[in-house]
Design a protein around this ligand. Structure first.
Ligand code: MRU
Length: 343
C-alpha cells in the first residue's frame, strides 16, 4: 500500500473516522465534532478494533472539551461526556486505557490533551511494528523456516482496527514483506463480517494471497492440516492469559490445540488488563439480536426466534501458545503468564 491507512485522524477541530460499516463497497469518512456522534460511531462500529477505539476515545476527550467550550459546559459536564465515550463499548480495555491516559492531563487544557492523544496514537503504531517483528520471528522459528507459511486469522486486526499497521494482521504483513507467507485463511467473522469485508479488503490492498472462508470452516481447515498457525488479535487479556476476542476465536483455538498448531495472540500491552485476574471477569458485550436474526436488513430467522449475540468470546490462556506484545513473546500455555511477566 503506498500510503498507510488511518482509521482515526485528528483534523484540527474533530475526528475523521473511516466508516467501517460501509467498506469495502464505499470509501466514506464520518466527521466527528461532538460527543453524541463519537459515542454513536463507536457503538455502530464505524470505528472498531480495540486499539482504534482506544485512539478514538483518547481524542474523544478533546472533542468533549471543544464541545464544552462551544456550549458553555461546566468541567463536571465535560467529565460526564467523557465518561459516556469511555463506556461506549465494554469489552476492549484499550478504550478505557486511552481515555484515562488523556484524562490524567485534563486539567492542563486542550493542547496537553491533544498532545497525549497523539502519543496514544503514535505509540500504538510503534507497538504494532515491534510486535510484527517479534511475532514473525517466533512463528518462523516455531513452525519452521523451510517454506512460506499458511496462516489463519479471525476478525480484522489490521490498520483499520488500530492506529496503523495492525496487530495480528501486522504480523501477517511482516511475514509477507519477508517473503515468508504463502496464503491467509480469513474467517468471514459473523455476524458483521469484519473478516470478509475488512481483512480481505486490506489484504487486497497489500497484494496478499488469501481465501475468505465461513467461520464454520475454520476448525476443519485447521484439523485437515491446511494451516501452519492461527494469528488473532485481542480486546482484553486477563492476568492469567485468558483472552477476549471476536466471537468465534475460541473455536479456532480449540481446533489448533487439538491439531498441535500454534495459536498466536498479537496485542499491545495496552490490551493486557492486569487488574482482571481471569477471563471470568471480562465483560462480554451482548449486541442487538437483529444482527443474527437478519441478513442485510431482511429477517432470516423465524419471527418467533430470539437471538443470542455475544460480540466476543474468551479463549482460556491454556490454549494460547504465544502472546506477542511490543515487548516480545510469552508462551502462555507453557506457563509464561502476563500477570507475572508484564507488571
Ligand atoms: O467488534 P470489533 O470489530 O471491534 O471486534 C474487534 C476484534 O475482536 C479484534 O480482533 C480486536 O479488537 C483486535 S484489533 C487489533
Amino acid at each position: 500500500m503506498s500510503q498507510e491507512l488511518r482509521a482515526v485522524e485528528w483534523t484540527g477541530t474533530g475526528l475523521a473516522l473511516i466508516d467501517q460499516t460501509v467498506l469495502p463497497h464505499r470509501a466514506e469518512t464520518v466527521d466527528v465534532q461532538d460527543v453524541d456522534t463519537l459515542v454513536d460511531a463507536i457503538r455502530r462500529l464505524v470505528v472498531r478494533g480495540a486499539p482504534a477505539i482506544g485512539a478514538a476515545g483518547a481524542y474523544g476527550v478533546a472533542i468533549a472539551l471543544l464541545q464544552g467550550e462551544r456550549e458553555g459546559w461546566t468541567p463536571d459536564e465535560v467529565r460526564a461526556a467523557v465518561a459516556r465515550v469511555r463506556a461506549a463499548r465494554p469489552t476492549a480495555v484499550n478504550l478505557m486505557v486511552g481515555v484515562d491516559r488523556v484524562m490524567a492531563r485534563f486539567g492542563e487544557g486542550l493542547d496537553a490533551v491533544l498532545e497525549e492523544a497523539a502519543a496514544v496514537q503514535r505509540e500504538d503504531v510503534e507497538a504494532n511494528r515491534a510486535m510484527a517483528a517479534f511475532g514473525a520471528d517466533w512463528l518462523l522459528k516455531r513452525v519452521g523456516e523451510d517454506r512460506p507459511l499458511r496462516i489463519l486469522t479471525h476478525c480484522n486486526t489490521g490498520a483499520l482496527a488500530t492506529a496503523g499497521w495492525g496487530t495480528a494482521l501486522g504480523v501477517i504483513r511482516e511475514l509477507h514483506a519477508r517473503g515468508r507467507l504463502e496464503v491467509v485463511y480469513v474467517d468471514e467473522t459473523r455476524p458483521l463480517l469484519q473478516g470478509a469485508r475488512l481483512t480481505a479488503w486490506e489484504l487486497v490492498q497489500e497484494g496478499i494471497a488469501h481465501y475468505v472462508q465461513a467461520d464454520g470452516a475454520a476448525a476443519g481447515t485447521v484439523l485437515r492440516g491446511q494451516v501452519d498457525a492461527a494469528v488473532v488479535g485481542a480486546d482484553r487479556i486477563a492476568a492469567n492469559g485468558d483472552t477476549a476476542n471476536k466471537v468465534g476465536t475460541v473455536g479456532v483455538a480449540l481446533a489448533c490445540a487439538d491439531a498441535g498448531v500454534p495459536f498466536l495472540v498479537a496485542a499491545p500491552t495496552t490490551t493486557v488488563d492486569l487488574a482482571t485476574p481471569s477471563g471470568d471477569g471480562i465483560h462480554i458485550e451482548l449486541r442487538d439480536e437483529a444482527e443474527v436474526l437478519e441478513w442485510a436488513g431482511t429477517r432470516t430467522a423465524p419471527a418467533a426466534s430470539r437471538g443470542h449475540n455475544p460480540a466476543f468470546d474468551v479463549t482460556p490462556g491454556r490454549l494460547v501458545t504465544g502472546l506477542v506484545t511490543e515487548r516480545g513473546v510469552l508462551e502462555v500455555s507453557a506457563g509464561e503468564l502476563p500477570g507475572e511477566h508484564l507488571r
